[in-house]
Design a protein around this ligand. Structure first.
Ligand code: 6PG
Length: 234
């Protein structure tokens, strides 16, 4: 495991986009949603603005069960900030269709993963998965209130937000831990305690889904800005 700390979220996004451009333009990459990835998406599309039809294959770590044009859609944020012009081949963008019935879509998406990715240990294998972390320790849409019931699932699953009940489609812990490389991309002081608990196995870390991210490849990196890393550097 490696921990990389950057002064600001802008510097973090700049360096993480450089890393992705240098090492992963021919990779299969699963993107997270939420607010953190926005600066990374903008940095990538700015730096690649003169590129056309790159072969990178994009997937989602999770998606809210909403229309693709909803402001809640993880796909919408990527479409508006990363998939600009024709930088990437559109046929290589594998959207989770949040507008479909969740239990049908989870079958559809599992089939897409198995058809378009290499399957190792009977599980789809990504080259890179970029994760966020909630201040309750969730990652992807693996939330503490239902995480234990998902632990034996090998494929994508239907999850629900603990407060709103909103249905989500999410990669499973097993798919995430089967990836060749996993990066936690986290900014802001709101996550500093949970990050410290998870990395240093303190407090209630065993109740946080983020604590179970432990790729078989051992290739796990934490990309943090200073605010998010504050407890680690005390
Ligand atoms: C989602 C994400 C989720 C996110 C965390 C952090 O669909 O919301 O996949 O796991 O990464 O909730 O969200 P922020 O980046 O907004 O803090």
């Amino acid at each position: 495991m490696s921990i990389k700390i950057f002064k600001t979220k802008e510097e973090l996004s700049d360096k993480l986009s450089d890393y992705i451009i240098d090492h992963h333009l021919d990779s299969s990459i699963a993107l997270s949603g939420g607010s953190t990835p926005l600066l990374l998406f903008k940095s990538l599309s700015n730096k690649l603005s003169s590129s056309i039809d790159l072969n990178t294959k994009f997937y989602w770590v999770d998606e809210r069960c909403v229309e693709p044009n909803s402001d809640d859609s993880n796909y919408k944020m990527a479409k508006e900030n990363l998939f600009i012009n024709k930088i990437f081949k559109s046929e290589n963008i594998y959207r989770i269709k949040g507008e479909n019935d969740p239990f049908e879509e989870v079958i559809n998406y599992n089939n897409i993963l198995r058809k378009t990715l290499t399957v190792k240990n009977n599980i789809a294998t990504f080259d890179l998965i970029i994760l966020g972390l909630g201040d309750d320790g969730h990652t992807a849409s693996l939330f503490p209130h239902e995480f234990l019931s998902f632990r034996d699932k090998e494929d994508c699953l239907v999850a629900s937000h603990p407060l709103s009940g909103q249905k989500r489609i999410s990669l499973s812990e097993k798919i995430i831990n089967n990836a060749k490389e996993v990066i936690f991309h986290i900014t802001g002081s709101g996550k500093k305690y949970i990050i410290d608990d998870i990395i240093n196995k303190k407090g209630n870390y065993k109740s946080y889904p983020g604590s179970f991210i432990d790729p078989k490849s051992t290739n796990l990196s934490w990309y943090l800005d200073f605010d998010a890393s504050e407890m680690l550097t005390k």
